[in-house]
Design a protein around this ligand. Sequence first.
Ligand SMILES: Cc1cc2nc3c(=O)[nH]c(=O)nc-3n(C[C@H](O)[C@H](O)[C@H](O)COP(=O)(O)OP(=O)(O)OC[C@H]3O[C@@H](n4cnc5c(N)ncnc54)[C@H](O)[C@@H]3O)c2cc1C
Length: 385
Amino acid sequence: MPTTVLHQDLRQGVRQLCERYPVSYWRELDEREAYPEAFVQAMTKAGHLGALIPEEYGGGGLGVTEASIILEEVNRSGGNAGACHAQMYIMGTILRHGSAAQKLQYLPKIASGELRLQSFGVTEPDAGSDTLSISTMAIRKGDEYVVNGQKIWNSRTHYSDLMLLLVRTTPLSEVKRRTEGLSVLLVDLREAVGHGLTIQPIKTMMNHFTNHLFFDDMEVPAENLIGEEGKGFRYILDGMNAERILIAAESIGDGDWFVEKATNYAKERVVFGRPIGQNQGVQFPIARAHVNLRAADLMRYRAAELFDSGQPCGAEANMAKLLGSEASWEAANACVQTFGGFGFAREFDVERKFRETRLYQVAPISTNLILAFVGQNVLGMPRSY
Ligand SMILES: Cc1cc2nc3c(=O)[nH]c(=O)nc-3n(C[C@H](O)[C@H](O)[C@H](O)COP(=O)(O)OP(=O)(O)OC[C@H]3O[C@@H](n4cnc5c(N)ncnc54)[C@H](O)[C@@H]3O)c2cc1C
């Protein structure tokens, strides 16, 4: 994709913002397992997290291409966009499938940051990757839905006002197709916590704010149903494509950070009387990671271009996410190896970024499930999952 002036300006703006939050900021948060409040506020104030919201609702009116550039630059700077990336794309379900009243009620406040919608409840302990097997049930009683069940790995719940929740409104045993009977509810977490919703934090190997949620007769106003009851699976699918493209870009940002870090170190570190980067055994893994990152980048731009022009992009979005997450991991490994012992020292940030970038081969969808999707839907082989 040719670089436009808009893209250059956007990169420049995000880079300048990120300079105020150097690696030492992220390292210190990682040690304290604390949320990057100041950074997220700065991103919100700059309008970056409202990039995908149309201008008529107070957002940036930009496409996924531009949104992906914003997040890529955050990770490229040594930071971690995972703390706030979901504020950008979860609202897409309201934007594309919500009523006119819901859009007016929520989108301007999400654009300004007054409302944080960065909690997305899909995964369940018993269903795992098999999303259509979720069993959290919402039963309509008068003007309310009453929700019972569990979600796991619900990220940023404590730093969100709203949660987009995928539930079953018809049990799996009663639907003709497995994709039917699922619905999307917008849950006001400020009201739900302590009134049917219990949150149990899960500690992870990186500084991520993820939780196990328990719903025990949690009431959600029926007016918070997005779109039609029973059609929720379709509503979250296009949002997932946006998510995959954005994660691909974050991975590429990580990968480029590792390659630059490794390259500089390989040029400076002298062992046996010469820079270690003069040895092909050190140089080639870094060069190969760079090659694979550039290939992933092409697929990311292709997927974003298709998404932004309203064309089907499921295959490309998934492939971009697979290629990006594997290329960043390859770069991470090459970087640790290049740094030798110092790759493990916290003060160099390599080990932190190494832990952070590993996630993207598992979440929001694992590599095997992408390969299964490509095998079946692109290549027409028998369904394996
Ligand atoms: C830090 C973190 C944050 C997350 N945030 C969120 C969030 O905010 N909201 C949310 O809804 N979810 C979230 N997730 C969940 C994430 O999307 C899932 O972890 C991911 O989709 C994989 O599901 P699983 O963990 O249940 O693995 P499983 O489904 O149990 O799979 C385990 C392994 O088996 C493989 N596997 C399973 N079935 C097959 C098959 N048929 N063929 C080949 N291989 C297979 C998988 O590829 C995987 O490697 C998060 C996860 C993590 C770790």
